[in-house]
Write a protein that binds this ligand. Sequence first.
Ligand code: ZN
Length: 95
Amino acid sequence: MRCIFADTRQDDRGSALPIISCEDALSVVHDFLDGELPGVSRKQMKAHSDACQRCYPHLHLEQVFREAIHRAGTEQHAPAGLKVKLMELLAEADT
Ligand SMILES: [Zn+2]
């Protein structure tokens, strides 16, 4: 699936925020979920993940994974197969 932002970086439609690329979005996703974003605003990340069908599964699953780990860490040990399962989902989302 093509990223809808792939050809729109120079197409200024009056958006207040510059569109970040998929590479930028995915490279800062860990920082985004940790609450720190060097060089990219949370608004930009949110806008990209909301609109980009290519990145959304990655960003969404990363968040779900973090939440699952967090819950597991406070309640019980993380299921051994959880990360493997999420990696499989990410692989499927990429095709
Ligand atoms: Zn994207």
